[in-house]
Design a binder for this molecule. Sequence first.
Ligand code: NDP
Length: 487
Amino acid sequence: MSGHLTTVAGVTVDTRHWIGGERVASAATFTDHSPIDGTVLGEIARGTATEAEAAVAAAKAAFPAWAATSREERARLLHAIADGVERRLEDLAVVETADNGALLRSHRRGVMPRVAHNFRFFADWLLTLGHEDFDTRGHTNHVSWDPAGPCVLITPWNAPLMLATWKIAPALAAGNTVVLKPAEWTPMTASLLADIAAEAGLPAGVFNVVQGLGSEIGDALTSHPDVRRISFTGSVPTAKHIAASAAANLTPLSLELGGKSPLLVFADADLDLAVDLAVEQYDNAGQVCLAATRLLVEESVAEEFTRRFAEKAAELRQGDPRELPTDIGPNIHERQLEKIDGFVRRAIEAGARAVIGGERLAGQFYAPTLLTDVAQDSEIVQEEVFGPVLTLQTFRDEAEAVRLANDTRFGLAATLATGDQERAARVTGQLVAGTVWVNCFFVRDLQAPFGGSRHSGVGREGGTWSFDFYCDVKNTVTAPKGWKDHG
Ligand code: NDP
């Protein structure tokens, strides 16, 4: 560490904000630790309302020129950012793993290529928008997706660069300027992305990063009258706070929130596939919004399913996320571990039985846990744990399965394991969820709508839905030549 630069896994990272094309320091800093071994990764600029104001001002100043830049040129620059991400893929992967503890092999093979793809996809999608005029009694309707203005994007720590770029790419493609506020536990790759965007030639002020604590810098961003869109991924309580803050200016919001998603296993399912899908829910140490944390299993196969599940889960290797054989890395923070353990302790006191796990391990690890004997209205069934903790309940028939599946305040996703396509269609039609997977999990195409129902979110992003959100959609009706309106 020296001055404003720190070295993370051999990569130099600037710990300051990125505002108006310049690095900006703050008077105060906060410390960023690695969840792998507690190492101090850096002292990060601790932004306040002053830096928030400066970043929004920079985004506002850069907006007219960026909005007027041709779509082709914007698309070219987004591809140039994707090139930069690919060139620095290894740097981004090792820094992200050091910062959030998720598997290095996933960052190398899946996540960082997907980050580049986020930019390429929305660059290309931009060029397909708005070519469909239609006719009303000889009048032409032309729909345009006009840039909206400065956007504030606020993201969590569980998949930092992936979730940030899924917002940044469409916002920039749409002709908007951006102020990104990454989570305080994972500030590093956002800073690297600022370097990459600058190297790609993105004009100053088009993309800005402010670091800091959400509780300190958040309100200045979300209540700002010059901000035209807020896209937030995070928890329900923070979303409510942001919605109240944005209400003063009626700033449109996209909210991607938590979940308590079900995996429904019917007796006619391929049981090996169902077990694989269930064990997959421990990925990223259970820190996945989409995770199907409630296993709902048809009574007649529940015993066999549970036996096979426990055998399969016992094969999971917890350890250093940089090592190739590791399946599950550490949880993000001591505070998060205490939260997870609190949920499990209270469930067990209320009568739950831990089929596997149920305890903290050395370091920042929690044992993959499966709890049975849980009541539908209990905290462990109703609340998001955001750790490697699943519950298992049984059902007798389809109607009960659907009732249990829908009986939380969330509605982010649902997964079905069944060998009967007609049943799949019937059940899917009754589930409250933004995404339903049948005999698969986590297959996500960027052109598909993504978001949650009920407390899992407001709005949808992805493909055209992203442009609908990040743009002011306008319809222009033009009369035919020589036409007179006689009332
Ligand atoms: P939080 O809501 O605590 O934080 C998310 C972001 O909001 C962070 O950048 C945080 O900053 C910021 N923030 C906190 N307070 C404010 C405020 N007052 N104003 C503005 N911003 C603020 O969520 P977590 O970080 O704990 O993330 C986990 C949650 O995210 C889970 O509920 C999970 O389900 C959800 N999630 C949803 C996804 C989806 O697509 N639906 C995907 C991934 C996660 P700071 O870090 O400094 O506190």
